[in-house]
Design a protein around this ligand. Structure first.
Ligand code: VAH
Length: 315
């Protein structure tokens, strides 16, 4: 069976759906610390699980004969800066524990998301290469950088088949983000549909690498289905689709909502965004396992605005 940890999060909600569609709901166990958030998963098995409760996780792995783990639970960049030591402990201890379990139970595959947050202020900002200087200055970024080192270590030393992607900001309409610096790019659609003014917590010209959720799900499934020998990078793959600024996403929405208005009030998240690249070179992912994105900003905005109005009732 496939165990999803942090299934109720922004990525987890959509990946749980995709994995259940791919493998059948009774092969997927969606777990999260939040019991209420699990109620929406009526298409697969669910269990309340605190990833920090190692006995409970081990027990579930045994009783459910878990062969794959998608470990998606983490404290994101903005929240992490408010609780540095908790963020480090949750993000790191949980990953190390999952890697140990994978080794002990000889699991087939592990998925763990990294992020463009591994890059820091002195990383080349345009077309950031797969290999480059990485001095992240957020706890979240530090935990992702350290996590990548541990993933590669467990692959090289113990043969654990753990795979990872450095996601850009992820944007979808089926789940709400929590505590990220790129969350403005989800909230802006909700405000447009609600007919409300939007206040951006980043500057108008603050470009960030971003990706529509269907592309992120496709990349994750493609990576996990690739033959083992094709996955040459065992730290984490750069992954890219689009890059845009708050002004550009606003303009793409204004085409559909002419009365929509925006103002810019940068807060502490501006410094986090400024430490990250403007765009990413993902040529390794394209070469090793055939990655290519489908959605540009115009196509993403059209798809979200076509689907979010009726989907909003779920929030
Ligand atoms: C965050 N959404 O903002 C996450 C992501 C690249 C951004 O890691 O923290």
């Amino acid at each position: 069976r496939i165990l999803i940890i942090g299934a109720a999060g922004q990525l987890g909600s959509e990946l749980t759906l995709a994995l259940s569609q791919q493998y059948g709901g009774d092969h997927v166990i969606a777990t999260d610390i939040n019991p209420k958030a699990l109620e929406k998963f009526d298409f697969c098995k669910t269990a309340v699980l605190d990833i920090m409760n190692q006995d409970a996780v081990r027990q579930l792995v045994k009783t459910e004969n878990v062969k794959q783990v998608y470990h998606l639970a983490a404290v994101l960049s903005a929240t992490g800066e408010k609780n540095p030591l908790f963020a480090w402990q949750l993000n790191m201890d949980s990953l190390l524990f999952v890697l140990e379990l994978a080794k002990e139970f000889k699991m087939e595959k592990i998925y763990w998301p990294s992020s463009i947050a591994v890059f820091g202020p002195n990383t080349p900002k345009v077309n950031t290469p797969q290999y480059c200087v990485k001095e992240p200055n957020t706890v979240y970024g530090i935990s992702k950088q350290a996590g990548e080192r541990w993933c590669e270590y467990y692959f090289q030393k113990f043969g654990v088949d753990v795979r990872s992607l450095r996601y850009p900001g992820l944007i979808g309409y089926k789940s709400l983000p929590g505590g990220g610096t790129t969350d403005y790019a989800v909230d802006i659609y909700h405000k447009a549909i609600a007919g409300e003014h939007f206040v951006s917590f980043l500057r108008a010209d603050s470009a960030l690498p971003m990706m529509y959720m269907p592309d992120a799900i496709k990349a994750t499934m493609d990576l996990m289905h690739a033959p083992r020998e094709q996955v040459k990078i065992r730290s984490s793959y750069n992954l890219a689709a689009i890059s845009f600024t708050p002004r550009e996403i606003f303009e793409s929405i204004k085409v559909h909502y002419p009365d929509f208005s925006i103002s810019y009030e940068p807060d502490f998240r501006q410094a986090i965004a400024d430490s990250w690249p403007d765009s990413i070179d993902d040529s390794s992912a394209r070469a090793d396992w055939g990655w290519k994105h489908d959605y540009d900003l115009k196509k993403m905005t059209a798809d979200i605005l076509a689907n979010l109005p009726e989907y909003m009732v779920n929030f």
